[in-house]
Design a protein around this ligand. Structure first.
Ligand code: ADP
Ligand code: MG
Length: 351
């Protein structure tokens, strides 16, 4: 978990180069807001934008995007659609994570005081395995009517994710890690995940470790999310649990997700939605992608810029209460963005 912050990132003339993959649906409009806010904040980042066509059978765009992230070290992305009818064309989102070995996904689920979710004061960090498990995409149908789908759990990746969770807890003064699983049924696969986590936990005696079966975990989350601190889990459970928690504290438009490997980092909205139905209507919540851009700036060590945008976002949501319809407000996407820019301009003067 450590290597990632010490590696050099592409930097030319004091400016950072970052790969931008807008994706489909609301992705392009959200990216335009990020660029607009960066412009007013004077953020020294240049984007290399790569479009991946949703219906293309060729992997040319995808390969170019991956090469670009390898070169720059850092990417920011929307959700990329894969609409090819050819079943051999796999999800581009999955392909990017797998080829760059982005083995862990981190979603910090923190409530905003100005957003009335089902629960207030939630502060949970989800650490999710990001490249294997149920997303191995090893499926076949033979004989007809019988489909088998393989779930892959490896000791190496289970250990990397568990270690990431405990290291994160240690560095961020968190008290507890909960490993989520279904080892009572999937005794070998989830059993390995759980056993690995328990072994890693022994190296972190100051951090409490417990485990919870995924179904009980979902019930506990909706009834008492405050019992959770850091949570670690295999891929599919992570997808579901992060959507559950995001739903509890304000929906798909707020939170960001960070994808890390040993060498690369990719930032995106936490629930990875395309938002096709709301695209082009000036109603998508810009916050999730702006939070992704803040995560990216923190990763690039551009802390003052990250803090400025973060504060401008918080003021807009918590004090000015300028909210898009997903938060039951009636502001447009641009109303929110313009208000954030106004704060960024005021805050930027100080440095
Ligand atoms: P998927 O990509 O999984 O199909 P959707 O695009 O359907 O998911 O998004 C799920 C829900 O979340 C939809 O109701 C969508 O409108 C909403 N949503 C996702 N992102 C945003 C956003 N940035 N602002 C507002 N609503 C959003
Ligand atoms: Mg959809």
């Amino acid at each position: 978990a450590k290597k990632v912050t010490t590696l050099p990132k592409a930097r030319y003339g004091g400016r950072h180069a970052v790969t931008m993959l807008p994706g489909g649906g609301i992705g392009p409009e959200l990216m335009s807001y990020v660029k607009e806010v960066f412009k007013y904040g004077g953020v020294p980042v240049d984007f290399e934008t790569v479009q991946i066509h949703p219906t293309s059978d060729s992997n040319e765009d995808l390969e170019y995007a991956i090469t670009s992230i390898r070169r720059n070290g850092v990417g920011i992305k929307g959700n990329i659609e894969t609409k090819s009818l050819d079943t051999s064309v796999i999800s581009r989102n999955v392909a990017i994570r797998n080829q760059l070995d982005l083995f862990v996904n981190v979603v910090h689920c923190k409530s905003y005081a100005g957003v009335a979710g089902q629960h207030q004061n939630v502060d949970i960090v989800i650490v999710r395995q990001n490249t294997e498990g149920e997303y191995a995409m090893l499926e076949h149908e033979s004989p007809p009517g019988v489909v088998e789908s393989m779930k892959v759990i490896t000791a190496q990746n289970s250990e990397r994710v568990a270690r990431y969770a405990f290291e994160f807890a240690r560095k961020n003064n968190r008290k507890k890690v909960t490993t989520v699983h279904k080892a009572n049924i999937m005794k070998l696969s989830d059993g390995l995940y759980l056993e690995t986590a328990r072994n890693v936990a022994k190296e972190y005696p100051e951090i409490q470790h417990n485990d919870m079966i995924i179904d009980n975990c979902c019930m506990q989350l909706v009834s008492n999310p405050h019992q959770f601190d850091v949570m670690s889990m295999p891929n599919l459970y992570g997808s579901i649990v992060s959507n559950v928690i995001c739903g509890l504290i304000g929906g798909a438009g707020l939170l960001s997700g960070r994808n890390f490997g040993d060498y690369y980092a990719v930032f995106e909205p936490g629930t990875r939605n395309t938002g096709t139905a709301i695209a082009g209507k000036n109603i998508a919540n810009p916050i999730a992608m702006l939070n992704a851009s803040v995560d990216m700036l923190e990763y690039l060590n551009l802390k003052p810029y990250a803090n400025t945008i973060k504060l401008a976002v918080e003021k807009t949501i918590n004090e000015d209460l300028i909210h898009t319809p997903d938060l039951k407000g009636n502001a447009s996407s641009l109303d929110v963005v313009q208000n954030i820019i106004r704060h960024v301009q005021t805050l930027s003067v100080k440095w």
